[in-house]
Design a binder for this molecule. Structure first.
Ligand code: ZN
Length: 275
């Protein structure tokens, strides 16, 4: 599933390509139904100019001169493709420059809709600041994660506490900081949180530099895969040995999500004397 680095790779490229361009036509394929309606797209999308492209966590938003927003969530299998085709195109926007943007989806879990500002603001209210937000302080990060004394990995993935950290990057950041994913948030020291904060930011920024991770169907705006999957620290490394200590990596489901950790480097029970 695309996580924040993948979403940012797409939204930043789309901003570069589409900013200031006028949408001249909307077409749908495979009986795709526009949401809220064809009429709404005709009224607010066709003839509008792209004013901005941004994101709220994993939601990509395209601000239009009609004061409405295209809001698209790629979920598991969605793609936004610029001047690029694939076999699963559902919506195509043509720009008056001759360029076009396709929304592709294999399984229909994602969406590509038009929202008004009120709906977008309501959606924003459900998300905390992202882990790479410039105004997010270490203190905010710690307080967010400690709001509930639950498993650290579960809280890292909770977008209401701190947003933008998906399963891949959570596994790798916890490994880099030598924190067991099943530790309760209140047992983690401030220095461990500091390390986690730095590693979360480091790994998300690396993911962006590598233009995302392709392990399923993710492709960038031009249909090209990312390369960050070649740089995973522990994610997906079931049956591998830990690079630091040689112990076999443990894989288990934690709260239903695939979790990888080194039982030696990331001890589950920390003796109180360490605090
Ligand atoms: Zn180890």
């Amino acid at each position: 599933m695309p996580e924040l680095p993948e979403v940012l790779t797409i939204s930043r490229d789309l901003k570069k390509e589409a900013l200031g361009k006028k949408i001249s036509k909307v077409a749908t394929f495979a009986n795709y139904k526009l949401d809220p309606s064809n009429e709404y797209f005709n009224n607010y999308v066709v003839g509008s100019t792209v004013k901005d492209v941004s994101n709220v966590a994993k939601l990509i938003t395209i601000k239009l001169s009609s004061e409405k927003y295209i809001a698209t969530h790629l979920n598991m299998t969605g793609r936004l493709l610029y001047n690029t085709e694939d076999p699963y195109i559902k919506i195509r926007l043509d720009f008056d420059s001759g360029d076009y943007l396709n929304y592709s989806s294999v399984r229909m879990f994602g969406y590509f809709e038009v929202w008004d500002k009120e709906k977008l603001e309501k959606y924003k209210g459900g998300y905390a600041k992202t882990a790479i937000d410039k105004d997010l302080t270490l203190e905010d990060f710690i307080q967010g994660l400690k709001k509930r004394n639950s498993l650290i990995k579960q809280n890292l993935l909770d977008q209401k506490l701190v947003s933008g950290i998906g399963n891949i990057y959570a596994n790798d950041a916890l490994y880099m900081s030598k924190i067991n994913p099943k530790r309760k948030t209140h047992t983690i020291s401030n220095s461990e949180y500091k390390s986690l904060f730095e590693n979360v930011q480091k790994i998300i920024n690396e993911g962006i530099e590598h233009r995302g991770s392709t392990i399923d169907r993710y492709a960038d705006l031009y249909g090209k895969p990312g390369s960050h999957q070649n740089y995973f620290r522990i994610y997906g490394k079931k049956n591998h040995k830990c690079k630091d200590c040689g112990t076999q990596i443990t894989f288990e489901k934690v709260q239903g999500r695939g979790t990888f950790y080194c039982p030696t480097c990331q001890k589950e029970n920390i003796t109180p004397s360490l605090f």
